[in-house]
Design a protein around this ligand. Structure first.
Ligand code: CU
Length: 162
């Protein structure tokens, strides 16, 4: 292969790699925070609530999430889960703090999540919808959330958040 052919092949490889990353995962970077692969799990028809997950990666300063909202539900609350009397329960948090240099991974069934309360329609795999995050220490950020099965969304986030 000539030098220029090799370079062309290299460019093609890079382009296809970037395309592959682009179609399988997404993230938003803003002012020292990375919001990696926001996703929500599908809901059955008539389900009142849904849940959304993402990785929040803080840069040189901490990140404090204080509220969220979305057009798909009446309310969005920050939730955590805990065991009480052998039953897993959810409770609302006033805020969610991520220390500088740390990454918080939200995963289905594992604790922290955004609760979409009062869904206006079922969430179907393949749908996308916006969520706006409100922070104590920075401007609001609006993200696109992808509706994916729990396994698919979690695996994609894990691969992306290295
Ligand atoms: Cu919840």
């Amino acid at each position: 292969m000539s030098r220029s052919t090799r370079f062309f092949v290299f460019l093609l490889l890079m382009a296809s790699l970037m395309f592959a990353i682009h179609v399988s995962a997404h993230e938003t970077r803003d002012n020292g925070v990375r919001l990696i692969h926001p996703f929500a799990t599908p809901t059955p028809p008539g389900a009142p609530n849904g849940a959304a997950y993402m990785d929040i990666s803080a840069g040189e300063s901490p990140v404090t999430l204080i509220a969220a909202s979305s057009p798909v539900s009446d309310v969005v609350e920050i939730h955590d889960m805990s065991m009480k009397d052998d039953v897993m329960r959810m409770h609302r948090l006033d805020k969610l703090e991520v220390d500088a240099g740390e990454t918080l991974k939200m995963r289905p069934g594992q604790g922290k999540h955004l609760m979409l309360i009062g869904l206006k329609q079922p969430l179907k795999a393949g749908d996308r919808f916006p969520v706006t995050l409100e922070f104590a220490d920075r401007d609001n950020i609006t993200l696109e959330v992808w509706v994916q099965e729990a396994n698919e969304g979690s695996q994609t986030a894990d691969q992306h958040a290295h």
